[in-house]
Design a protein around this ligand. Structure first.
Ligand code: SF4
Ligand code: SF4
Length: 371
C-alpha cells in the first residue's frame, strides 16, 4: 500500500478552469482569494498540468510565492500529446519547464497525463515510466501515478505492468458511474483491487452536472435541501471508499465557497441520498445530450479550426430555446472559425478525445444549425 499522506480535505483544487478576465487571461487576483480560502478551510491538494494554458504560471503567483511550500501539495503532469513534444527528449523536458513555471522546487504528485488506448504506447516507447522513477530518486517528485481515460482492460494491463504506480486519477461522477463509454465503476474497482488510492477528476463532468438536465434538477429540487447541484455530484464521489481526493475545477470565488460549504466538514451521502442519486443517474441517461466536458484537447490539431466543444455546447442548450436563438449562438461561436460542415473527417479529434466521443458523427448532427 502506498505511503501517500491523506490531504487535509477530501476536496482538491483543480487548476484547469481558473477564473478569467474579460480579455480571456487568468484572473490572478480572484485566484489568490480562492487559494487563501481553500487553505484556510484546511485544503492542501492543488492540481495543475503542463498543458493547462497559463495555469502553472498563475499557480506560481497565487500559491507558490505566497504560501510556505510545506503548507500544500502540488500535482503536475507530463503529456505526450503536448504541442512541444516531438520525441522522447522533448517529453522528458516538460517537468523542467513545469518546475520553472511554478517555481515549486518539486512536485508532490506527478502524473503521466490522460493515458488512453490512443497514446499509452507512446508513454512506453518514450520510457516515461522509468523516467518518473528517476525523477523521484532525484527528489524532483515525491509520488508518481497517472491519469486515465481508457477502458478497464487497459487499466488492468497498466497496473499489472507498472505495479509501482502509487496512485491513479480517474474520471468519476454519478453520470459516468455506469456509462459504457467511461466505465467509472469498473475502473474504480480495479484500482481498489490493486490497492491504489484514487484521485477523482471531473466529478461534475466538466460542469454538465452543475446545470443538469431538467428531470435531474427536479429530483434534487424535490429534496428541498438548499444544497447546490454540484454538491450532489461532489459528495457522491467523496463518499466512496478508496478515494484520496476529489478535484473540483473551480472557476470563481462563489464556486469555491459553495464547495467548501459541504466539503469542509464532509458528511457522506445518507442511504436516502444514495437513492436520490440512483434516480438521478436513470434520469440523466434518459435525456440525450453530448457528454463533452469542454477540455479542448480535440481543437488544437483540427486542420479546419472547428470550435468543437463550443458547437456541442450550443447543441446541448437547444432544449427549451427558440430555434433562431440556437442558430444565432452557433453563428457567434463559429465566427472566423471552421463550421461543422468544414470537417474533413480526418479523425484527429477522435483520437485524442478523453470521452471517446464520435465527434465526426456528432458534428454531422450539428450541421442543422447552419441551414
Ligand atoms: S475530423 Fe473534422 S473536426 Fe476532427 S480534427 Fe479532423 S477536421 Fe477537425
Ligand atoms: S469533444 Fe472530447 S476532446 Fe473535445 S472538448 Fe469535448 S470532451 Fe474534450
Amino acid at each position: 500500500m502506498s505511503d501517500i499522506k491523506k490531504p487535509g480535505l477530501k476536496l482538491g483544487f483543480g487548476l484547469m478552469r481558473l477564473p478569467k478576465l474579460e480579455d480571456g487571461s487568468i484572473n490572478v487576483e480572484d485566484f489568490k482569494v480562492m487559494v487563501d480560502k481553500f487553505l484556510e478551510a484546511g485544503g492542501t491538494y492543488f492540481d495543475t498540468a503542463y498543458v493547462y494554458p497559463g495555469s502553472e504560471e498563475a499557480t506560481k503567483k497565487a500559491l507558490v510565492e505566497r504560501h510556505p511550500r510545506e503548507s500544500y501539495t502540488l500535482a503536475s503532469k507530463l503529456a505526450v500529446f503536448a504541442d512541444s513534444v516531438k520525441d522522447e527528449a522533448s517529453a522528458k523536458q516538460e517537468i523542467y519547464t513545469s518546475l520553472e513555471r511554478t517555481g515549486a522546487g518539486y512536485f508532490d504528485f506527478y502524473l503521466l497525463h490522460a493515458i488512453q488506448r490512443g497514446n499509452y504506447q507512446t508513454y512506453e516507447d518514450y520510457h516515461l515510466w522509468d523516467y518518473v522513477k528517476e525523477l523521484k530518486a532525484k527528489g524532483l517528485i515525491k509520488h508518481y501515478g497517472f491519469s486515465f481515460h481508457g477502458d478497464p482492460e487497459l487499466l488492468e494491463e497498466l497496473l499489472t505492468r507498472h505495479p509501482d504506480a502509487e496512485f491513479v486519477q480517474l474520471q468519476v461522477n454519478y453520470a459516468d458511474w455506469e456509462n459504457p463509454g467511461v466505465q467509472a465503476r469498473r475502473n474504480w474497482e480495479i484500482c481498489q483491487k490493486h490497492g491504489k488510492p484514487i484521485v477523482v477528476m471531473e466529478p461534475v463532468k466538466g460542469g454538465i452536472l452543475a446545470d443538469p438536465v431538467a428531470p435531474v434538477k427536479a429530483l434534487f429540487d424535490a429534496e428541498n435541501t438548499g444544497m447546490s447541484y454540484p454538491s450532489w455530484a461532489v459528495r457522491f464521489v467523496a463518499s466512496k471508499e478508496g478515494l484520496l481526493v476529489v478535484l473540483s475545477g473551480m472557476s470563481s470565488i462563489g464556486q469555491m465557497e459553495d464547495n467548501l460549504s459541504y466539503m469542509k466538514d464532509f458528511k457522506p451521502l445518507s442511504e436516502h441520498e444514495e437513492e436520490v442519486i440512483a434516480k438521478a443517474q436513470e434520469a440523466f441517461n434518459s435525456v440525450k445530450k453530448i457528454p463533452c466536458t469542454g477540455c479542448s484537447y480535440c481543437t488544437k490539431g483540427c486542420p479546419m479550426g472547428i470550435p468543437i466543444p463550443d458547437i456541442f455546447t450550443v447543441e446541448n442548450r437547444k432544449e427549451g430555446s427558440p430555434e433562431f436563438r440556437t442558430r444565432r449562438e452557433y453563428v457567434i461561436v463559429t465566427q472566423d472559425k471552421g463550421k461543422a460542415s468544414d470537417c474533413l473527417q480526418c479523425g484527429q479529434c477522435e483520437s485524442v478525445c478523453p470521452q471517446h466521443l464520435p465527434i465526426i458523427e456528432l458534428l454531422e448532427k450539428c450541421r442543422w444549425m447552419e441551414a
